[in-house]
Write a protein that binds this ligand. Structure first.
Ligand code: BGC
Length: 703
């Protein structure tokens, strides 16, 4: 189609009745309950899932081209033949399940995340899905919140990079391509700040923190061209996000220039009544639409009330038309008017290819974080007989993590079998899932690996915990095993940082495997037996105990920062203030040393070059993540003690030294100042090139 999008939409809107416009603002679930008549009358603009069933935890009935085409045919029987857009939660893979998003962030490799998203897009689109409710890009500082698993962790710089890469991965250069899908950056905004880590609860975020910490991933997603955003469930500073005109319209559209559409979260328009800002459904619909929520996800409130609100003058036709315009714009850009149907033959060729599996395996390997490796216990290849024990021994879909409605357990090689396949021939592996048996067998082996952690359903939406320690019974097994004197490796599968302080002390080696996805078993084996080396770094601080949360590295200094002799400081009397492991931390099978930090000038004018030498001083090749941090020493508002500004991987052979070079640009020093404007403030800065957020070489410069 050569006709330009805006002309096309104007022409279409001129022919549309108000009911047809409201139809474009309405999304319902697809399934037996979907009314063919409403579709034929053009009163539904989008179907959720294209096949019905619930998503969230576990597998749901998958979508397929035939079902999508069936519904599309009904929609195209309508007078104006406006195609549906089919949406679904394609969160970290489709049939090929990649590591959970938090794990992906641990790779510090946005490009790899983008490749995975691109595969997910290609698989999902083959099943008729043209729109994913991803990426989830909410910053999270409290690991009790179950949805910490779905985002990129605590840092705005890494979060923004991941957001942009994921949007580009899903959408490609143009999401009109048959194998690309429209992205939906969610949940705008501040959803990660719900009090007490309780999903759906309210939260308070100051304007500078909202702008400097929670918003950067969204702004990056918008700059990367995301077609849509989803409004959050949260009541933020007293205004539910789904009714927040300032954030949805003034900031998102006027400041950032977003021209796509916003969909509500599931029923969040209707929920404005529970929040206590809307008297009834009609009032809720008016508030959400006026705020800038163009599409109502399943609450049915727009469908039920907007026409009569229009009639009695409570909403104008112009407002409804503007919302419909935005939805139609994305549909047109998605190529749906020319290509509304899905080729039914594509799925067989696209889903779960060898290439996708290979990428899933590499990604899983690159996400795992080695937290401890006393006496170089890992890799384990020198041991003859090894016991693998714990509740993950037979894991299949338990490796997936949350939000994998299209992953199938039968596609996964069970952990036990995957480890057998990868282990060297001379290693004998024993397995035990029962603690009592494990403790007996452990006496007869050379080394023990405990594979423990959270079931995927213990993380994700509405899976909040009040205690971050290992699930019941697991700490006891680690403690008992540690008394036997066998070299002990702990592998933790989880959707969040767990407070494993005691277990880290008891085990000789600790590997954090997150929920690593479909190839997680083999990836783990490759790391354990040294066929791959660990290179993941923590995208979120690990607390020593639940009472430490919220905890994050880019905190403020306070008037009484911690000192070694510190009484009357920002401390606990029963716990150190520092995290168990800081943001950016992770070990390799070798060691790295930093030296020779150099700045191109004493004063930053426009930009500054920063370099340092990194040497592999250990016996094996390895990958280091060199991290660039900055501190603005004096500001009109208090400034974080460190902020990540860049990171680079270095693959180094034993003895090899390489110089890592960063460019720091002036705009990277901008923040929300006391007067509410964004910009830099002249003064002195500290800069680090560092292996994590607590260590590193430091220098000073002026702006
Ligand atoms: C979640 C969203 C999700 C939507 C549709 C909601 O409960 O908050 O993240 O996209 O459901 O499944």
């Amino acid at each position: 189609m050569t006709q330009n999008t805006e002309e096309f939409i104007n022409h279409l809107l001129a022919q549309m009745t108000p009911a047809e416009m409201i139809g474009q603002l309405t999304q319902f679930s697809a399934g037996p309950e979907t009314s063919p008549d409403l579709l034929r009358q053009g009163q539904i603009g989008s179907l959720f899932n294209a096949s019905g069933a619930l998503t969230g935890q576990g597998q749901s009935k998958s979508s397929n081209a035939a079902t999508a085409n069936y519904f599309q045919n009904l929609a195209l029987e309508a007078r104006l033949k406006i195609p549906l857009i089919f949406g679904r939660d394609v969160i970290h893979g489709y049939r090929t399940v990649f590591p959970i998003p938090l794990a992906q962030a641990a790779s510090f490799n946005p490009e790899l995340a983008g490749q995975a998203a691109s595969i997910a897009a290609s698989e999902a689109s083959a099943d008729g899905i043209k729109w994913t409710f991803a990426p989830m890009i909410d910053i999270a500082r409290d690991a009790r919140w179950g949805r910490v698993a779905e985002g990129s962790g605590e840092d705005p710089c890494l979060g923004a990079d991941m957001a942009a890469a994921l949007v580009r991965g899903f959408q490609g250069d143009s999401y009109s391509a048959p194998d690309k899908i429209v992205a939906c950056a969610k949940h705008y905004v501040g959803y990660g700040a719900s009090e007490g880590g309780r999903d759906y609860d309210g939260g308070e975020i100051s304007e500078p923190t909202l702008r400097d910490v929670y918003m950067p991933p969204y702004q990056a997603a918008v700059s990367a061209g995301t077609g849509t955003l989803m409004s959050a469930f949260i009541d933020l500073n007293g205004v539910p996000a789904t009714a927040n005109r300032r954030l949805l319209t003034d900031v998102l559209r006027s400041e950032w220039g977003f021209d796509g559409f916003v969909v509500s979260d599931w029923d969040s328009v209707g929920e404005l009544i529970h929040h206590g800002v809307a008297e009834d459904e009609a009032h809720a619909a008016i508030q959400a639409l006026r705020a800038g929520v163009e599409m109502d996800m399943v609450s049915g409130v727009y469908h039920k009330t907007l026409a009569s609100s229009l009639q009695n003058g409570k909403i104008s036709l112009g407002e409804i038309e503007e919302a419909a315009r935005r939805v139609l714009r994305i549909k047109h850009r998605a190529g749906l008017f020319t290509q509304p149907f899905t080729d039914p033959d594509r799925a067989a060729l696209t889903l779960l290819t060898d290439k996708s599996r290979q990428l899933a395996r590499k990604f899983a390997r690159d996400c795992m974080v080695l937290l401890k490796n006393e006496h170089k216990l890992l890799p384990l290849s020198r041991f003859r007989r090894i016991l693998v024990a714990g509740n993950f021994v037979h894991a299949t879909s338990e490796l997936f993590g949350t939000w994998t409605p299209d992953g199938r357990a039968e596609d996964v090689t069970p952990l036990e079998e995957a480890l057998r396949q990868v282990a060297p021939n001379n290693v004998e592996l024993w397995f035990a899932d029962q603690p009592d048996l494990a403790l007996i067998l452990a006496q007869q082996v050379d080394a023990v690996v405990l594979v423990l952690g959270e079931h995927p359903w213990r993380s994700g939406e509405n899976a909040n915990v009040s205690q971050l320690e290992l699930p019941p019974g697991q700490a006891e097994l680690v403690a008992a095993m540690s008394t036997l004197g066998k070299p002990l490796t702990l592998v933790v599968f989880a959707g969040r940082p767990l407070a494993i302080t005691r277990q880290v002390a008891q085990a000789d080696a600790v590997l954090y495997a997150w929920h690593p996805g479909i190839e997680g078993g083999a990836a783990l084996g490759e790391i354990l037996f040294g066929l791959g080396s660990p290179s993941g770094r923590l995208p979120i601080s690990f607390p020593r105990a639940t009472g430490q949360v919220p905890i994050y590295y880019n905190q403020k200094n306070s008037g009484r920062p911690i000192t070694p002799d510190g009484e009357f400081r920002t401390r606990y009397v029963d716990l150190p203030t520092a995290p168990l492991f800081p943001f950016g931390y992770g070990l390799a099978y070798t060691q790295f040393e930093y030296s020779n930090l150099k700045l191109s000038a004493e004063t930053l004018r426009g930009s500054l070059q920063i370099s340092a030498d990194v040497t592999n001083t250990g016996p094996r090749p390895g990958t280091e993540l060199a991290q660039l941090y900055v501190r603005d020493l004096v500001g009109s508002l208090t400034r974080p003690i460190r902020e990540l500004k860049g990171y680079q991987h270095l693959h180094l052979q034993p003895g090899e030294t390489r110089t890592v070079k960063f460019t720091l640009r002036e705009e990277q020093l901008a923040f929300t100042r006391a007067d509410g404007t964004r910009g830099v403030e002249p003064g002195q800065f500290h800069v680090w090139v560092a292996p994590d957020s607590q260590r590193g070489l430091r220098a000073e410069f002026w702006l």
